[in-house]
Design a protein around this ligand. Structure first.
Ligand SMILES: Nc1ncnc2c1ncn2[C@@H]1O[C@H](COP(=O)(O)OP(=O)(O)OP(=O)(O)O)[C@@H](O)[C@H]1O
Length: 204
């Protein structure tokens, strides 16, 4: 399916006793990043999880626009959460090979992706010894080993050094230039060119 937009309509999210947002319309279009910004606790992660189909909205709907097969939206989406989803007991390469199998081996080979994120030569290391930034790099490598049209990323550059941030930005721009959709919650600039911005939680 060629996906042209990820659309949320009239979304509301209640967590515990708090109504985080309501009447929220969201559109992320192919080729242009949508950044979700706002203070801690505003509901950015909750919104990303709703858009990814990982959390039910209190009300409202989410859909993918595009033509072609009517397949579960989740198969079109890469979701990168706060947690890196790295299994410490496995090697770095085995972690990535696992995700490549689960998500679909449609992108780069494991070794190539590790090179791309700056983890070349570390594939045989147990993942538990990676630094925080290296774990984040490994999580980002998931985006490269499996091609999916929609990237939903929660603070993707957390713990990354300047060089790794620039690398991530290059991956993001390439994804957008290829007609992909990219939504990211962030507290930091991401260098993704011209972006749309959605602010949650007032002026912050
Ligand atoms: N399972 C839950 N039950 C009750 N409240 C929750 C639950 N999950 C999240 N919350 C609350 O929802 C609010 C929004 O959380 P969320 O993680 O979406 O915010 P955020 O904007 O991503 O914040 P941050 O910038 O700190 O990452 C917070 O007040 C949080 O405590």
């Amino acid at each position: 399916m060629a996906v042209s937009a990820l659309v949320g309509e009239k979304l509301a999210c209640r967590r515990g006793f708090r109504l985080l947002f309501e009447h929220l319309d969201v559109t992320a279009r192919a080729g242009r990043a949508l950044l979700v910004v706002g203070p801690n606790g505003a509901g950015k992660s909750s919104l990303l999880r709703i858009l990814s189909g990982l959390l039910g909205a209190t009300s409202g709907t989410v859909r993918l626009d595009g033509d072609g097969a009517d397949t579960a939206a989740g198969e079109y989406i890469h979701y990168l959460g706060h947690d890196d989803a790295v299994k410490g007991a496995l090697s770095v390469a085995a972690n990535l090979a696992f995700w490549r199998t689960v998500l679909g081996p449609t992108g780069m080979a494991v070794e190539e992706a590790l090179e791309e994120v700056g983890l070349g030569g570390l594939g045989r290391l147990r993942a538990q010894v990676l630094s925080a930034g290296q774990k984040r790099r490994l999580a980002i490598a998931r985006l490269l080993v499996s091609e999916r049209p929609v990237w939903v990323l929660d603070e993707p550059t957390t713990a990354l050094d300047v060089k790794a941030q620039a690398r991530f930005a290059a991956f993001g721009r390439a994804h957008l230039q290829a007609g992909g959709i990219l939504i990211a919650a962030t507290h930091a600039p991401l260098d993704l060119g011209e972006v749309d911005e959605l602010r949650l939680g007032g002026v912050g």
